[in-house]
Write a protein that binds this ligand. Structure first.
Ligand code: SF4
Length: 963
């Protein structure tokens, strides 16, 4: 018994007898309710399991985050469950070992390092993909038992600026909004968020909200004309990084128009005078010049805000990934506090999290500057409280190394042992070359992951196989503070273990008590109890889910989505055991569907005196500026169908057809200036590094600005890791890196050969099992640029070689050894060579060569006819005519190779254009004709863009004809 709560930690109840193993039996046939593995929307999914295999999946109709809807990534979740690249057993120094050996190795090495160099010589780098239970154990081990705060998470890269600003403004990291606010607002402002692609189900909810209330406006603030911006009533294409001035100007405009809520300011806030004094310098002229938008555009936005009774500002990485990210968040929060448009239905500053459990990480104190359950490391009372609760030997007294600091300390040798869990920092952290050096130099690197290879695993001394989504079991918290269960639908593959279990075993081996967990419900209920422990008086926290602390195992298994706070008193009038508890928990879930759990509704914030803090903001432009040597500005972000570093989405053919390759978006003016055309490979360099990437000429980016996706890495593309171009400049308060802005130079890259190459799945597997080496590693040695894409029936590679790397028939046979019939053909017109290898009549390999890049070669031989060639890989035996066609690459004239816009129904851009030209003039009409947009709806913004483009082209044609 600790304090007033019965903590179910190491002492297991008799329920443990039901689950003698950490991995309880899973029904062979069942419908398992779980949560999507990707973004912070946190959609519920219903997974059908038949004979122990997950066979189908759909959105949970009753889940309050999505009410049955899923985006394209969620819809294709089961396609991403690939066992071919699974890490199935622990490895030490590249050799498979038993779990006992691996655990001993990790525990001994960490203990030795701590003994020799001190507790701050070790670190954990964890992930928003971990479940709350995993996160909690990691934090407890590092802070309470090892005694260091050297634990940070990849969420540092996506929303730590928002966390810092909430904490400073409200006294606690509490998001004061939820999804229902969208249906109740008059104005939705999306700032630095391409929600149509990054949070599709939430974006569709915004669009429905507008349909329900046509007076509701959508304003999008983004330097790029994104799919989200295409759907907006007003798009403000501001100068990159100038967001704070836009909101300072809004505050000043509203003050000048007497549109502030002075009663709210007086009753519930402090620091207004200094803030408005600072903002008063930002008149329309100043903002217009600073932000690069016209006064008329500014006035439209400012008037929308003034006229809206309720307004909601939603922001994500476009705001947070900045050296002044915290200031930008404050500029937004200041406006909402000053207008009283906060903590009420349809109003507030809403940070939307990127990862499925970024919020869970914040709750457990997964960041290096936090303690568990929203408590502070630098608050002695909080330290005592957590240490007493944990009955732990240590508690750090100062913040630990944040993500970028961790790399610096690995480089200087201060950190000598690091354990990475469920993330790929070699791709995601800025200044890739330094990160690689840090991992190279670090004495001991442990990586827990579910795949055998990725950029970070290449540096691992110990690889630990962790369970991925579908096998994991625990909870996640979404952007609106809603806790949902992510349940195991199938048994762990191979010897994989849950992250909380792996860490608990290491902790026990290091001699620590308090980690004898048998099931995640014990971890969860312990954490819930901590959230309510001494949660009163000076230690009062809004984050309280102690109402869930008494859950039994059965109740935990049956837990429905529920939004915190869930204090003991209000949610559980009694602690009666059994069915009544389930009823109460269900009641919470049902209540949360119909009614918001509104925080700060009474105007009392979590600060010492209950008043929210204004912070004066001096807008700053990004630190990584364009220069004479690097004259263009590079922005980065996500694609619609890909996720993070593609470890999951990169293996699902359905998700690689929308945008199959990384690209650098360049404005036509800049493309012409630097001699680049569509698809051409550009050499991109910054002060930190260089890479090669194909160009996409597009007026969606402004002159002088470029954009690149974040996803491609060394597993899928030899040289498109965008983080290698960014410096490790961070926000001084949050430590969040500036990953949206740096100066780059671009030139047309010149290669000897351009090769379009297909390898059957069987041949790729054969090569890898015989050589014990990943095929991409061999290919990387033979090409200056390579890109790998999963097709339904083959792997597609695009290669570009330098003079000494030219691929000949002999080199192809060496690189892709296949005991088959090798054929070659040279096209007399184009002088292009083609090579095909057949085995028992089936095609195993095909390659098409071009000697120079031209727009024609990009269109014809460097990646086109992909679908037609790939289809031939599905044939058991090719006919003579098919072999001839394949060798000469003469695709049927009718083959439609245009980009897939609708990944659910395989609807291509060409067929959509044809339908629009034939009269389909709306997204609904296209849906009726082609079905596109009628399932997940992720493509709807693009359908509208294609309609708009086609219709304007038709008007142009008519005008030319009439002239
Ligand atoms: Fe998953 Fe898409 Fe929902 Fe995000 S919006 S949680 S990616 S289904």
């Amino acid at each position: 018994m600790i304090g007033d709560l019965n903590v179910k930690s190491a002492a297991c109840s008799n329920e443990q007898a039901l689950y003698p193993l950490h991995y309880p039996p899973i029904a062979a046939d069942a419908l398992v309710q779980s949560t999507c593995a990707y973004c912070g929307v946190g959609c519920g999914v219903d997974i059908s399991v038949t004979e122990g295999q997950a066979t189908s999946l759909e959105g949970s109709p009753e889940h309050p985050a999505n009410f049955g809807r899923l985006c394209v990534k969620g819809t294709h979740l089961l396609d991403t469950v690939d066992v071919t690249n699974r890490l199935l057993a622990p490895e030490v120094a590249g050799q498979q070992v038993s779990w006992q050996t691996a655990i001993a190795q990790v525990a001994d090495k960490f203990s030795e390092t701590i003994e020799k160099y001190g507790k701050d010589a070790v670190a954990f780098y964890v992930s928003g993909q971990l479940l709350t239970e995993d996160y909690y154990v990691a934090n407890k081990l590092m802070k309470g038992y090892i005694g260091s705060a050297n634990i940070d998470t990849n969420s540092r890269l996506c929303m730590s600026s928002a966390v810092s600003a909430y904490k400073r403004a409200f006294g606690e990291d509490v998001v004061p909004c939820d999804y229902q606010d969208l249906e109740q607002t008059d104005l939705m402002v999306l700032i630095g968020s391409n929600a149509a692609w990054t949070h599709p189900v939430l974006f569709q909810r915004m669009q429905r909200a507008k349909q329900i209330n046509p007076a509701c406006k959508l304003v999008v603030v983004d330097p790029r004309r994104t799919a989200t911006a295409e759907s907006a009533d007003l798009h403000l294409a501001i100068t990159p990084g100038s967001d704070a001035a836009l909101y300072n100007g809004l505050l000043n405009y509203l003050a000048e128009r007497s549109a502030l809520d002075h009663d709210y300011i007086a009753a519930h806030t402090q620091g207004f005078e200094e803030t408005i004094a600072q903002a008063s310098a930002w008149g329309l002229t100043q903002v217009s010049e600073f932000c690069g938008v016209t006064k008329a555009e500014l006035l439209s936005f400012y008037q929308y805000f003034e006229q809206a009774n309720k307004a909601i500002s939603m922001y994500s990485m476009g705001i947070n990934q900045s050296t002044s990210g915290v200031d930008k968040c404050h500029a937004i929060i200041n406006v909402h506090l000053a207008t009283g448009k906060i903590a009420k239905a349809g109003a507030g500053p809403f940070s939307i999290t990127g990862q499925p459990n970024a919020m869970g990480g914040r709750e457990v104190g997964g960041l290096a500057n936090q303690l568990a359950a929203h408590m502070d490391i630098e608050n002695p009372a909080h330290r005592d409280l957590v240490q007493t609760f944990w009955q732990s030997p240590h508690m750090p007294t100062k913040q630990g190394a944040k993500a970028v600091d961790m790399i610096e300390q690995m480089l200087t040798g201060k950190i000598k042992a690091v354990w990475v869990m469920g993330t790929n920092p070699l791709v995601s952290l800025p200044d890739h070359n330094q990160v690689a050096k840090a991992f190279e130099q670090c004495d001991f690197v442990v990586v827990s992951d579910c795949v055998t290879d990725n950029d970070t695993l290449a540096y691992a001394d110990v690889k630990l196989p962790a369970t991925p989504w579908l096998e994991k079991n625990g909870t996640v918290t979404n952007s609106e503070r809603r806790i949902s269960r992510q349940r195991s639908a199938v048994k762990p593959t191979g010897e994989a273990k849950h992250d909380w279990d792996i860490m608990s075993l290491v902790a026990q081996k290091m001699g620590f008590s308090g980690f004898a967990y048998q099931h995640p419900y014990q971890v969860f209920t312990e954490f819930a109890a901590l959230s309510g422990y001494q949660n009163a008086g000076a230690s009062k926290r809004v984050f309280d889910m102690s109402g869930l602390a008494p859950l039994s195992l059965t109740e935990y298994e049956q837990l429905q989505p529920v939004q915190w706070p869930i204090p003991m008193a209000s949610s559980r009038p009694s602690q009666a055991a059994g069915a009544s508890q389930i009823a109460i928990v269900s009641q919470i879930a049902i209540t949360s569907q119909n009614k918001s759990t509104r925080v700060f509704a009474n105007g009392e914030y979590a600060t010492a005196n209950g008043k929210a803090n204004f912070f004066p903001v001096t807008p700053k432009l990004p630190e990584q500026k364009a220069s004479k040597a690097f004259p263009l500005v590079l922005n980065s972000g996500r694609f619609r169908d890909q996720w993070h570093t593609m470890t999951r989405t990169g293996v699902a053919p359905a998700l690689t057809q929308h945008l199959a390759k990384p690209f650098l978006s360049v404005n036509p003016v800049d493309a012409s200036k630097y001699g680049l055309s569509d698809h051409q490979i550009a050499k991109v360099s910054s002060a930190k590094g260089e890479l090669y990437v194909p160009v996409q000429v597009s007026d969606a980016v402004a002159v002088g600005e470029c954009f690149m996706p974040i996803h491609w890495n060394q597993e899928f593309c030899g040289s498109a890791t965008v983080s290698s171009l960014y410096d490790a400049a961070v926000d001084p308060i949050s430590g969040q890196p500036e990953l949206k802005h740096t100066g780059i130079a671009i030139t047309a890259a010149k290669f000897e050969q351009y090769i379009d190459c297909y390898v059957s799945q069987a041949l790729a597997e054969d090569i890898e099992s015989q050589s014990g080496k990943r095929l991409v590693k061999s290919i990387a040695q033979h090409s200056a640029y390579w890109l790998k894409t999963k097709q339904p029936n083959s792997w597609h590679y695009q290669l570009a070689t330098k003079t000494d790397q030219a691929l000949t028939m002999a080199r192809c046979q060496q690189l892709f050894p296949c005991q088959g019939e090798w054929l070659s053909f040279t096209d007399n017109d184009s002088q292009l060579s083609h090579i095909v290898c057949l085995k028992n009549g089936a095609v195993m390999f095909a390659a098409y060569f071009a000697t120079a890049f031209t727009a024609a070669s990009a269109e014809s031989d460097f990646g086109n006819a992909k679908k037609w060639v790939d289809d031939l890989f599905a044939e058991e035996s090719l006919s003579f005519t098919q072999v001839q066609a394949l060798l000469s690459k003469t695709a049927p004239a009718a083959a439609d190779e245009s980009r897939k816009v609708c990944s659910c129904f395989n609807v291509t851009e060409n067929s959509i254009r044809e339908a629009v030209q034939a009269g389909a003039d709306s997204v609904t009409a296209l849906g009726k004709k082609l079905k596109c947009g009628t399932n997940c709806g992720s493509c709807k913004p693009e359908l509208q863009t294609i309609i708009n483009t086609c219709q304007s082209q038709l008007i142009d044609i008519k005008e030319v004809a009439s002239a």
